[in-house]
Design a protein. Structure first.
Length: 286
């Protein structure tokens, strides 16, 4: 497949701004969805890492949504000439707290685009850099990458990358059963209309997946939660997550991790039912 991304590269640097206010209701929904044994923070208290995704949604109108339900217009990205998209990873830098009651401003920049040939075919990888500000200044920078892919050929299943085995000698381990209700609730919290997370017929018949796809940020939240539960009292300064293979609602998956030898950070993974790496993450802590 031949694609010229130079016209798309000319739009690099494009920016949009959004505003929101941190309220408790989406935080209570996060706690319920992930079955957390904690109370929602009160006015003026900081929210947990990853919970910012309950705010500053994309409010694309129906006319701006693609075949897959996700927005192809109204955001910072140009229209990408590939029909399918998937979370590819994110890098977070935490510069300050986001607190209940804060008025948020987010600046989103179209910061990178790459054309690649992968084991599953032609790929376009885009990066959006999001900077979230509170009344106290910059709180969070996230460089979020999305991969756009071709349709599978008629009658074929969606190709899944084959990755290496996940480590087994780790002290932290948690098993997650991502059922359709759990995935639906996360889609609702994050106002995510992407059909791969709730429309099983679409997943099987159009995109060739074996089941509903676990949101990349859902698995990312599981990584955040395991990290803060395993190293209580520590502050996450950075987290870099790279997706390697998708997870589905057809079987449980594991989240595992370990501290680095110097105690200043951690390594974490999500693991497929076959024991291979679905995503890998590195964190630094204070």
């Amino acid at each position: 497949m031949t694609i010229d991304i130079e016209p798309l590269r000319k739009q690099l640097g494009r920016k949009i701004d959004d505003e929101d206010v941190v309220t408790r209701a989406p935080l209570k929904a996060m706690i319920a969805t992930f079955d957390r044994q904690e109370e929602a923070p009160e006015e003026g208290q900081p929210i947990a890492p990853g919970w910012h995704l309950g705010f500053l949604h994309s409010y694309a109108r129906p006319s701006q949504l693609g075949r897959d339900g996700a927005a192809f217009a109204g955001g910072v990205l140009p229209e990408i000439p590939m029909p399918r998209r998937m979370y590819a990873g994110s890098t977070f830098t935490f510069d300050g707290e986001i607190r209940v009651g804060d008025k948020l401003r987010r600046e989103t920049e179209f910061s990178d685009i790459q054309l690649r040939q992968g084991s599953t075919g032609t790929l376009i990888v885009t990066t959006q850099t999001r900077r979230i500000y509170t009344p106290r200044g910059l709180a969070l920078t996230e460089a979020a990458s999305t991969v756009f892919r071709e349709d599978p050929k008629p009658g074929e299943k969606s190709a899944t990358p084959v990755r290496e085995a996940a480590p087994t000698d780790v002290p932290w381990r948690r098993t997650i059963m991502p059922g359709p209700v759990m995935l639906f609730r996360y889609s609702a919290i994050t106002f995510n209309p992407h059909r791969i997370h709730y429309d099983r017929t679409y997943c099987l018949e159009t995109e060739g997946y074996p089941g509903l796809v676990v949101h990349g940020p859902f698995a990312q939240q599981c990584i955040f939660d395991l990290l803060r539960d395993s190293m209580p009292g520590r502050t996450i300064k950075t987290l870099a997550v790279r997706a390697r293979a998708p997870l589905f609602d057809t079987a449980p998956f594991d989240v595992i991790g370990r501290p680095t030898a110097d105690g200043k950070g951690a390594e974490l993974w999500t693991v497929t039912p076959q024991g291979t790496i679905a995503a890998q993450a590195t964190a630094t802590l204070a």
